[in-house]
Design a protein around this ligand. Structure first.
Ligand code: KDG
Length: 309
């Protein structure tokens, strides 16, 4: 079984030993983060073989990324090491309004993605290619790679695209919507938050998004009431998230995507796919890092068997 290929930049994630401004932090825990690799990990945790395809520097941070992803079961055969550029970093700062990510990734190995990667075997043969709106903001080459992957229609292959709008990555005055809208519309599965969709596309309303993006088979909108609505061609379903004590939300969207995609590959209906998304997200919400423990199999079975109400 070919693994799902998740393409993007993975960074060393430095997690503070305490909440508050970075200048008061004494120590950082060395971790690994990056939206698409988070999805790959989430898929593996749900029993779906997945690969992360991207670039790292020839440095300790890059080696840590490859080692950690490999240890978690992610296929890293498509990872390229760049001898000249460093691995990107991000620092998490935990404030009262939530976490802020500070990026140190300009000129990084991971941002130098380009269509050169198109023929990496794990990417060529993948049944599903997962992408996000982070990558097109990283460099011209990264944007071209994403556009080429979406343009290359392979029979039986699905593409998914998580909007993941990260304002800090876009130059002032850039029209992220103009760049991202055609990419979203070219994917089979689109995942987005209502708030970020409102900012980038002018609406967070599921029906209006469906009209704006006629291309995808299904559009999943997560709203601020902890609900996710999937709008397919002829059916719509809404499911509410599980109630958990949130420790730190970064990574929960990626876990949700992993759950939804795992449900898609298992042939679940829209409700089952959304439920698996929420269940996976719950695991990421209760930890300070980007990924939590995988949901136990009996929990998955029970949740999928539960009645819609
Ligand atoms: O979704 C989580 C990501 O935001 C985090 O892992 C870092 O990839 C990252 C990014 O570009 O923000």
């Amino acid at each position: 079984q070919s693994p799902v290929a998740c393409v993007g930049e993975t960074m060393a994630a430095l997690l503070p030993d305490r909440p508050g401004p970075l200048e008061h932090v004494e120590a950082f825990r060395h971790s690994v983060g990056g939206a698409e690799a988070n999805v790959a990990r989430g898929l593996v945790a749900l029993g779906v073989p997945a690969a992360w395809v991207g670039r790292v520097g020839a440095d300790g941070f890059g080696r840590r990324i490859v080692a950690e992803l490999t240890a978690s079961g992610v296929d890293t055969s498509g990872v390229v090491t760049d001898p000249r550029r460093p691995t990107g970093l991000y620092f998490k700062e935990a404030g009262p309004g939530g976490s802020v990510l500070h990026y140190y990734r300009d000129g990084s190995a991971g941002s130098a993605l380009s269509p050169d990667l198109l023929d990496v075997p794990v990417l060529r043969d993948a049944p599903l290619v997962h992408l996000s709106g982070i990558t097109p903001a990283l460099s011209q080459g990264a944007h071209e790679l994403v556009a080429a992957l979406l343009a290359r229609r392979v029979p039986g292959r699905l593409t998914s695209f998580d909007l993941n709008y990260r304002p800090a990555l876009w130059p002032p005055g850039a029209d992220a919507g103009a760049t991202l809208r055609p990419l979203l519309d070219a994917a089979d599965i689109v995942l987005l938050g209502a708030d970020e969709a409102e900012t980038v596309l002018g609406t967070g309303d599921p029906a209006k998004l469906r009209a704006l993006l006629p291309g995808p088979d299904v559009i999943v909108v997560k709203d601020d009431k902890h609900r996710a609505t999937a709008v397919a061609r002829t059916a719509t379903a809404t499911e509410t998230a599980l109630r958990v004590e949130v420790v730190e939300p970064v990574g929960a969207g990626d876990a949700f995507a992993a759950g939804f995609l795992a449900g898609t590959l298992r042939g679940l209906d829209l409700r089952g796919r959304l439920r698996l998304g929420h269940l996976a997200a719950a695991g990421a919400l209760v930890v300070p890092g980007d990924h939590g423990p995988p949901p136990p199999p009996d929990r998955i079975a029970a949740l999928l068997a539960a009645s819609p109400d």
